[in-house]
Write a protein that binds this ligand. Structure first.
Ligand code: FUL
Length: 503
C-alpha cells in the first residue's frame, strides 16, 4: 500500500473516522504466495477436529505398573493388573472439564497392547486383569459412545518388544494391529502416530510404511484425522502446554514431511530414558517471511499436548505435582486461545482410575472457565463496520455462530468494527474467531476502548485463526473497536466476545 495512504489511515484511525476512507484505498498488493495462503482451507475432518477445541489424552499401560515413562522390552504381562479400572470415570473426568474428545494409548513404545490383539501375546490377554478377558480400548470406546464424546487412539509405530521390528514384516504386523483398532471399536475421530523413534530389540531401525498406514486409516475411518506423524494435525513442538503467539494453520509443506516431524520428535537418548523435547520449537512457521519462498502450502493446524502431571504415565511420587486449576486455565488460554487444539493428558493410576486430585484440579479449571465465558458482554451491542459492506451484517460477529461472519469484501485488507455496549461494562478477556473454513488471513489486529473520550489500546495480537483469546487488566468502557491492521486477503471475522474473569 502507498505510504501516504498508510499514513492517512493511521491518522483517521486515531480520530475514529475510518469510515471516511473509500473502500478501494484499503486494498493492498500482496505477493501471489501470500494470497494463495489466504485461500488454503481445512478439510471437513480438520474442521470437525478443530471445533472439538479441548481433548484429553490417557497414557495407561504396563508403564503404569512399572513406574516408568518409557518401558523396557518384553516385561511380564502379569504386571498389568488394575484393581478397579473404570473407563467411564476417565471419560466423565474429561467431559466434566469441558473436553469433547479423547485419545487413549493403545500401544506405547514398549509394545504392550491395551487391547487383546490377535497378532501378539504381549497384551492384556496375558495379564491377570479380568482373567485375561479385558480390553481397555473397548471400555474407553464404549464410555465415549455412552457419554457422547469423540474417541481416538494413540499407536506408537516404534515398538521395542516386537521381534519383527526393523524388518518389512513389522509393517504388516503394524497394519494388522491398526486395522483391529480401526474396525473393532466404532467411530474413530483421531489416530495419533508418535514421532518418537529408536531401535528395536535387534538393534535395527524400522523403515515405516507411512503411505500404507495412512491408506488404511482413510479407507476404514475416513473422518479420522491422522495426527503428529500424519498429514492432518501438527504437533506444536513442545510439551509445555504453551502454543505460539503467532500460530498459522497454513505452513510450507516441508513442515509436514515425516522426516521433518521425526527429527523434531523425541529421540531415544540410548539408555531408554525420556528426553523432553524442549528444543523442538521454532517461534515462526507460517508468517510471510516463512512462506514467501515456499512452493507448496498446506493446512496443517497445531495440537498442544501436555500432561496434568510432570510425566505422561502415572507415578505415585507425582501425586503432589498435579497442575493447579489456575495453571490449567493459563494453559487453556495459551493453547485453545492461540489457534490450537488442547490435548490434556490425564494418566490413570494403578487402580485404573484418574486420581481424585487430578479430577479436582480439572473441576477447578472448569469452574473458572464457566464463570468467565458465561456471558458475552458484547452480545447485545450495536456494531458499526468500516468500510461498510452492505452484503454482510456486522452483527454476525456476535451471534455465536462461527459460520456467519462479517467481511469488508474481496481485496479489502484493513477494517474496523466498533461495538457500542450500550452501557459501561467491565471486561478483561477478548475472544476472536475468523471464518476459518475459508482460510486463515488476519496478520495483525488491535483492540481499543473509549476511555475519557480517548481511544486507548487495550490489547493487540497477530494471528486469530480458529480462535484467539487474550487477557488484560479489567477495563471499564462502553465503546470498543477492533481494527484489523493487516491481513492476507479480506478478513472474515466470525466472532467477537468480551468477558470478565472471576475476581
Ligand atoms: C512422546 C512419547 O515419547 C511420550 O512418552 C509420550 O507418549 C508423548 C505424548 O509423546 O513422543
Amino acid at each position: 500500500m502507498h505510504l501516504f495512504v498508510k499514513y492517512m489511515i493511521k491518522q483517521l484511525l486515531k480520530i475514529g473516522l475510518l469510515a471516511l476512507i473509500p473502500a478501494s484505498l484499503f486494498s493492498q498488493d500482496v505477493p501471489a504466495i501470500v494470497k494463495k495462503a489466504a485461500y488454503i482451507q481445512p478439510s471437513p475432518r480438520q474442521v470437525a477436529w478443530q471445533e472439538l477445541e479441548f481433548t484429553c489424552f490417557y497414557h495407561f499401560g504396563i508403564n503404569t505398573f512399572t513406574n516408568r515413562e518409557w518401558g523396557l522390552p518384553n516385561q511380564d504381562p502379569g504386571l498389568f493388573n488394575p484393581s478397579s479400572l473404570d473407563a467411564a470415570q476417565w471419560i466423565r473426568a474429561a467431559k466434566g472439564a469441558g473436553a469433547k474428545g479423547v485419545v487413549v494409548v493403545a500401544k506405547h513404545h514398549d509394545g504392550f497392547c491395551n487391547w487383546p490383539s490377535k497378532y501378539t501375546d504381549y497384551s492384556v490377554k496375558k495379564s491377570p486383569w479380568k482373567k485375561g478377558q479385558g480390553d481397555v480400548i473397548a471400555e474407553v470406546a464404549k464410555a465415549c459412545r455412552e457419554l457422547g464424546i469423540k474417541f481416538g487412539f494413540y499407536l506408537s509405530p516404534w515398538d521395542i518388544s516386537s521381534p519383527l521390528y526393523g524388518t518389512e514384516e513389522y509393517n504388516v504386523y503394524f497394519k494388522n494391529q491398526l486395522r483391529e483398532l480401526l474396525t473393532n471399536y466404532g467411530d474413530v475421530a483421531e489416530v495419533w502416530f508418535d514421532g518418537a523413534c529408536g531401535e528395536g530389540p535387534n538393534g535395527k531401525k524400522q523403515v515405516y510404511d507411512w503411505p500404507g498406514y495412512y491408506k488404511l486409516v482413510r479407507q476404514l475411518q475416513p473422518n479420522a484425522v491422522i495426527a503428529v506423524m500424519g498429514p492432518d494435525v501438527r504437533w506444536v513442538g513442545t510439551e509445555s502446554g504453551y502454543g505460539r503467539e503467532t500460530e498459522w494453520s497454513v505452513v510450507p509443506v516441508g513442515e509436514a514431511t515425516q522426516q521433518q516431524i521425526a527429527e523434531s520428535s523425541q529421540q531415544n537418548p540410548g539408555n531408554g530414558t525420556f528426553k523432553p523435547p524442549d528444543d523442538m520449537y521454532r517461534e515462526d512457521l507460517g508468517s510471510r517471511g516463512q512462506i514467501i519462498t515456499a512452493d507448496t502450502l498446506v493446512w496443517f493446524p497445531s495440537e498442544v499436548d501436555v500432561s496434568i502431571r510432570p510425566g505422561w504415565f502415572y507415578h505415585k511420587n507425582e501425586d503432589s505435582l498435579v497442575k493447579s486449576p489456575e495453571n490449567l486455565v493459563d494453559i487453556y488460554f495459551s493453547s485453545i486461545g492461540r489457534n490450537s487444539v488442547l490435548l490434556l493428558n490425564l494418566p490413570p493410576d494403578t487402580r485404573g482410575l484418574i486420581p481424585e486430585n487430578d479430577v479436582k484440579s480439572l473441576q477447578g479449571m472448569r469452574n473458572i472457565l464457566e464463570v468467565t465465558f458465561q456471558v458475552n458482554l458484547a452480545e447485545n451491542g450495536d456494531v458499526t463496520a468500516s468500510p461498510e459492506n452492505p452484503a454482510f451484517d456486522p452483527r454476525n460477529i456476535l451471534d455465536w455462530d462461527n459460520k456467519t461472519y462479517w467481511t469488508p469484501g474481496p481485496g479489502v485488507f484493513t477494517c474496523m468494527l466498533e461495538i457500542d455496549l450500550k452501557e459501561i461494562k467491565t471486561f478483561d478477556r477478548l475472544l476472536l474467531q475468523e471464518n476459518f473454513r475459508n482460510g486463515q488471513r488476519v496478520e495483525s489486529f488491535i483492540m481499543e476502548a473509549l476511555i475519557d473520550n480517548e481511544w486507548k489500546e487495550i490489547t493487540k495480537g497477530t494471528t486469530i485463526g480458529y480462535k484467539r483469546l487474550l487477557r488484560f487488566s479489567p477495563v471499564k468502557a462502553q465503546k470498543v473497536r477492533l481494527t484489523i491492521l493487516s491481513s492476507r486477503e479480506n478478513p472474515e471475522i466470525a466472532s467477537f466476545g468480551l468477558f470478565k474473569s472471576p475476581d
